[in-house]
Ligand binder design. Structure first.
Ligand code: PLP
Length: 311
């Protein structure tokens, strides 16, 4: 759809976007002329008025909706209207919420966006890989861009694993799993809020939350490293209107798909919030880290990864 130098309107990386949506350090930002849009300072939700204004002003060839650190659902309908108004193609990148979309728990871009892209390894819970979907109108162009455009030999074992993941996604058990992922994220958000932590946008509609550590005088790097020492894995992440470098950041991003796969539910989310709170309230205390490691071991032992270990 694009030639090098064409204008793309995409989500700002530090507001929740992804490197591949036009970050200047990524090929997407080097090849194309990218205009970033962000979230509002007050609501920390996507500013559709800004998206519309920028689209009218810059007339992009492509509009991208979707990111990797948006705790809130994205409504693709207004994006479709904006793209159509300026004659742009709309690409919805649902890499993160694809599993929720498939389970009907997040708005779907299918039938609205010209292209829908996703990974297969995030909420879809399949192998590491990707997928691009489009309607008949763009099918020939897409096929040609994939081969001979970018792809060499396909990885057949990964294709087989994708098929397994998609078959799982058709089952009622998988939908129940996705509902629990969202319920767990909400429970974890509520428990952290109750302990006085600030969440970007005040909560979550999805599988992830973004904690703003700045009111507590911590950086994302400090929090990630302290939680690592306590065997709790999160990643530092920039927050909207970030003032620190991406190597330090003011936030951490936490997701529930993995713990939900182990069978954990709302009570365990409250327990996890308590463990996180204990570490972050006293980040240099090695005795606290050791005690929390014990709590993590106790919790994970009750939810083994493999059924076989119970027999
Ligand atoms: C994860 C993600 C991708 C793909 O990145 P990988 O490094 O291949 O996992 C693309 N777009 C968005 C919005 C993502 O969150």
């Amino acid at each position: 759809m694009l030639k090098p130098g064409d204008t793309v309107l995409g989500p700002n990386l530090s507001h929740g976007g992804h490197l591949t949506a036009g970050s200047p350090v990524n090929y997407s930002g080097k090849l194309y002329s990218v205009v970033p849009y962000g979230v509002r300072r007050d609501t920390e939700r996507i500013d559709l008025d800004e998206v519309r204004d920028l689209a009218r002003r810059h007339r992009p060839k492509l509009v991208i909706a979707g990111g990797s650190a948006f705790p809130r659902a994205i409504d693709f309908v207004p994006f479709g209207q904006i793209a159509r108004e300026v004659g742009a193609v709309l690409m919805a990148d649902i890499a993160h919420p694809a599993g929720l979309v498939a389970a009907g728990l997040h708005p779907s871009p299918v039938g609205i966006a010209d292209f829908v892209t996703t990974t297969t390894h995030k909420t879809l819970r399949g192998p590491r890989g990707g997928m691009v979907m489009c309607g008949q109108a763009h099918a020939a162009a897409l096929d040609k861009t994939v081969m001979p455009g970018v792809q060499g030999g396909p990885l057949m074992h990964v294709i087989a694993a994708k098929a397994v993941a998609f078959k799982e996604a058709l089952t009622p058990e998988w939908r129940a799993y996705q509902r629990q992922v969202v319920g767990n994220a909400r429970a974890l958000a509520d428990a952290l809020l109750a302990r006085g932590w600030r969440l970007v946008s005040g909560g979550t509609d999805t599988h992830l939350l973004l904690v703003d550590l700045s009111p507590r005088g911590l950086t994302g790097k400090q929090a990630q490293e302290a939680l690592d020492r306590a065997w709790i894995t999160v990643n530092m992440n920039t927050i909207p209107y970030e003032t620190r470098s991406p190597m330090v950041t003011s936030g951490v991003r936490i997701g529930t798909p993995a713990v939900t796969t182990r069978g954990m539910k709302e009570p365990e989310m409250a327990a996890i919030a308590a463990l996180i709170d204990r570490v972050l309230t006293d980040i240099d205390n090695t005795a606290v880290a050791a005690a929390v490691r014990g709590g993590v071991q106790e919790l994970t032992a009750r939810f083994p990864l493999y059924e076989a270990r119970r027999r």
